[in-house]
Design a protein around this ligand. Structure first.
Ligand SMILES: NC(=O)C1=CN([C@@H]2O[C@H](COP(=O)(O)OP(=O)(O)OC[C@H]3O[C@@H](n4cnc5c(N)ncnc54)[C@H](O)[C@@H]3O)[C@@H](O)[C@H]2O)C=CC1
Ligand SMILES: O=C(O)CCC(=O)C(=O)O
Length: 528
């Protein structure tokens, strides 16, 4: 597999990727060049400079995952990626402290005119009275967006004895109270705040959230800090509000167009201090996001679950800890169940019994669907597109949960309903990691879901196992485990054999032709 890194990311992340895959680092690629070479790659790693547009995604014939070394994914067409089944993941935590501290640095620098003082003194001017500042203590800070960075800023502002209020429609009052601040409506913040800092994503909802109309509602002494995304503030309206004395000053790290146009009106105002999108630019943050994104890319390419995918249901870390050991098992159970099934599949039930039923198991169900569909479709099915593909094929997926369990601490049971029959496969973990299939169509087995498996139904009479064993032996296929038992149909037995290699179709035909064999299936667990 090949990975393209198209923005500067820390060497530690690149080295992690190089241990597993071939990696090309190509920075500042013109978009036409990116479109030309992207079909060669399975994964793409970016920061904010590379614009992963629809055209790039359409050209990306082999791309499976796009990793953003940072938080904001507004430079990636996530919708186009999702439609193509490409996982988009980010590294949301590695730069939180860096962006939080940069916000504090910008707020203090703005309050005390640090950049203006620095520049004038270096220019030979000693401007003490002109550069009078304001204190933070006792002032009201309005935080728009109380996520990772917003809440970090809140804690630091409280330590500086500021009054802190916040607007975030997706956070509840208890979460805000836990930090020690009050949630208000947006319009309630404007007349109160001496400082307003933005920490929300750029979306169609937040575009130009601060504009002419909103500046007019603010205290005339208000100072604004933006270390989130440029387009959240209307830059022209802000410049005008500052010129008119409606806003006292602003500290801006991010711009609607980056690199910023030197003609941007904000650059012409003394009351505006600026940095070139440096929020995440600390040595620690760059290592953090590069390592996190590399781990995410490796997991995605190996088909493992990813906690930081933005176009899949998010998994909380405590949930991931519980369900992680079951992913491989669930996927293999999907593969086995679909291979047993005959007829048109109408629905699939996944039942969780035991303690596992108490956590969110949606991603495990998705893993099962992924295993099921990858066994029958030529298109690549992953965690992003599996639920959509199942839906588009009219397969109804249902989760059933019960804390009750009979023989195992935790049990997953997959039922595949077809227009002919229902097939049931159950699995559990032995120890903490070892996935086992423990039931196939009502028959108790103990099968490691790996390699190749033959499942056959036969009449309950002497010699059947011998015939099959002889055919396999003659064709050079080694049996490494075998179980035989009665099914619920009187006179009918089931045999389950693990074999060391793929079984050619010709060998399977010979087995099926044996008098007394009622049916046989070969399951290749290696294909998923
Ligand atoms: N300047 C820089 O270098 C950096 C910038 N960022 C940017 O900072 C911003 C915040 O990042 P995090 O705190 O990590 O994200 P986060 O996802 O933890 O927090 C965002 C918060 O915004 C809230 N939100 C979403 N839509 C909203 C709306 N319409 N109105 C009000 N609140 C809304 C969410 O509920 C969430 O609590 C992002 O835009 C990110 O891209 C992040 C890191 C570095
Ligand atoms: O990659 C960077 O330097 C920018 C970080 C950023 O803006 C983000 O993580 O959202």
């Amino acid at each position: 597999m090949r990975i393209l890194v198209s923005d500067p990311v820390s060497a530690q992340g690149v080295e992690l990727l190089q241990k597993e895959y071939e990696v090309d680092v190509k920075i500042k690629l013109p978009i036409e060049e990116l479109i030309k070479i992207i079909p060669q790659y399975d994964a793409l790693v970016v920061r904010s400079e590379t614009k992963v547009t629809k055209a790039v995604i359409e050209a990306a014939a082999n791309l499976k995952v796009i990793g953003r070394a940072g938080v904001g994914v507004d430079n990636i067409d996530v919708e186009a990626a999702t439609q193509k089944g490409i996982i988009v993941l980010n590294a949301p935590e590695g730069n939180t402290i860096a962006a939080t501290e940069h916000t504090m640095a910008m707020m203090l620098a703005l309050a005390r005119n640090v950049p203006q003082a620095h520049a004038s003194l270096k220019n030979g001017q000693w401007l003490r009275s002109k550069l009078m500042g304001v204190e933070m203590r006792g002032k009201t800070l309005g935080i728009l967006g109380l996520g990772r960075i917003g809440s970090g800023v809140a804690k630091r502002a409280l330590a500086m004895e500021m009054n802190v209020v916040a607007y975030d429609p997706f956070i509840n009052a208890e979460q805000a109270a836990a930090i020690g601040i009050q949630l208000l409506e947006l319009d309630e913040i404007f007349p109160l705040a001496d400082f307003i800092t933005l920490h929300l994503p750029f979306t169609s909802e937040t575009k130009y959230l601060l504009n002419k109309e909103r500046f007019a509602k603010m205290k005339p002494s208000v100072r604004i800090i933006n270390c989130a995304r440029g387009g959240v503030i209307h830059e022209g309206d802000l410049a005008e509000a500052i010129e008119q004395g409606i806003v006292a000053g602003a500290a801006i790290d991010v711009f609607e167009k980056e690199p910023v146009n030197p003609e941007n009106p904000l650059l012409k105002l003394d009351q505006v201090i600026v940095t070139p999108h440096l929020g995440a630019s600390t040595a620690e943050a760059q290592v953090g996001v590069a390592v996190d994104v590399a781990k995410g890319i490796i997991a995605a390419l190996k088909g493992e679950p990813i906690a930081t995918a933005v176009n899949m249901a998010p998994i909380q870390s405590h949930v991931l800890e519980v369900i992680r050991p079951y992913f491989n098992l669930a996927e293999k159970m999907g593969c086995l169940a679909i291979n047993l099934a005959e007829g048109r599949i109408t629905a699939v039930d996944v039942e969780y019994n035991g303690e596992i039923s108490e956590v969110d198991t949606k991603m495990l169900t998705t893993a099962m669907i992924k295993g099921l569909l990858n066994s029958i479709l030529t298109e690549h099915i992953n965690y992003v597109n599996a639920p959509g593909v199942a839906k588009s094929r009219g397969i109804k997926i249902r989760e059933v949960k019960s804390k009750e369990t009979a023989n195992f601490a935790n049990l997953i049971t997959v039922r595949v309903y077809t227009d002919k029959k229902t097939h049931v496969v159950a699995g559990t973990l032995f120890g903490h990691e070892e996935g086992r299939i423990v039931m196939i169509d009502g028959y108790r087995v103990d099968v490691e879901p790996q390699g190749w498996l033959i499942v056959g139904l036969h009449l309950d009479r002497p010699g059947m196992i011998g015939y099959v064993g002889t055919i396999l032996g003659t064709d050079g296929i080694n049996i490494n485990s075998m179980q035989v038992g009665r099914t619920e149909v009187t006179g009918t037995n089931i045999m389950v054999m693990s074999v060391d290699s793929d079984v050619p179709a010709a060998t399977m035909l010979k087995i099926k032709a044996v008098d007394g064999i009622l049916g046989a299936k070969m399951i290749n667990f290696c294909v998923i």
